[in-house]
Design a binder for this molecule. Sequence first.
Ligand code: SF4
Length: 474
Amino acid sequence: MLDRLRALEVLTRPEHPDLTAALERRWEELPAHVKTRNQMLGRRTAGCEGTHGVFPRCNLACTPCYHAKEAQRVRTDGAHTLREVDEQMAFLRQARGPGQNAQLIGGEVTLLSPDEHAAALQAMIAHGRKPMSMTHGDFDYAYLEALALDPTTGRPRFEHLSFAGHFDSMMFGRSGIKKVAREEQLHPYRKAFCDMFARLEAEHGVTSYLAHNMTITPRNIDQIPAVLRECRDYGFRMFSFQPAAFVGNQARWKDAYRQFSTDAVWARIEEGAGGKLHDEAVQIGDRRCNRTAYGFYVGSRYVPLLDQHDERDLRWLDSFVAAFGGMDFVAPRAVTAARVVRALAREPMAVPRLAGFGARVVRRSGGMGALRSTPPRAMTYVMHSFMDASTVRPAWEAMERGESTHVDPEVQATIERLRSCSYAMAHPGDGRIVPACAQHSVLDPLENIKLMELLPAREPAGSDGVGASAPLAS
Ligand code: SF4
């Protein structure tokens, strides 16, 4: 009886105690410059997670590709994938607590059979992760249906699926359009991707969260606004942009990627979004790495969720974090209700601030009439700026020596960003969690050489490397 009461007490806490401890540790580790009022790392999330070394091969080619060239010589192997995913996720559960977003990422996830893919997602869920499959999107409805449904019963084995589809004109080999000159040629493929998930929901009741992932180079930067204007109603809930970095397979470095600033990319995103993006309301990690703007559309009108210039909205955010911390709102209704009550009890100021915030959001949306006639559609815009291997390598080596400063200002900045990293990968063997930049710049090449020996590709390598989706970060 006492045990049951104790379990109920933990279940209805806004945060699981393991997550509370993980957030406190993450906050402690963060450098002072990111410990700002709007910082969510170490307060709302322990950070985004991704798999590594689980299925390095891909059947498309990207320029650039963030994976080492050896990855293409590693065969996709379901048993290996499952073993690795299970170990990495178990470690993350222990180190970071439950309820964190984790990307099932490597080369191309749909080279796994639907059952292997499903088993990997189930392992992630079993370890308290919220998985998202990262794909180039070149698969058909039969694959998606086989993934979503239990082959024995024919009933859904998932209530909900999260996918990020990587679509941009620097990818080669897509079915039906091997080479792409302009982004607009991919719009039918972007639409078809979203339509598959809409059909899955209509036919089987499986809901989805879809993100759109796009690498930005001098070739397509000016096409961002048109992509957003055309595709923002397709069904994506997030558009994530990655300014290209010099990392991974050097044979795939095609352009002067540092020819434009990240501000220039963000300006194009804002232009395509059709409204001012309030990306400084909330920060996840270092601003040089991440910008995130939460908002929604009422018809074609973009409405920011938080107004970064309105002190009342910022006070509501203070209260939200104080009350809810890392609370997972995706839980059975009664559990969520109990958590909300306990959260509000520990921060009573949250109640009037929430009321004021709600009223302001309604006003920003054009009033209740507008909201009733056009249900709002949530939309998140993200820019994740990976770093070049040439600075990550010396920075990581310095950090490995226990140093947190460097004489070279560029390497110093890289150290600061790596220490504030919000997207990392697990190494259960060493007991470490490694920033994705260090993973791709430093650790991947050696890891893939080992995997080449363990899982040699049966078929000849098709090209000089893999075309893995550039990771999406949150
Ligand atoms: S993976 Fe690299 S760019 Fe991304 S948050 Fe971490 S350090 Fe920054």
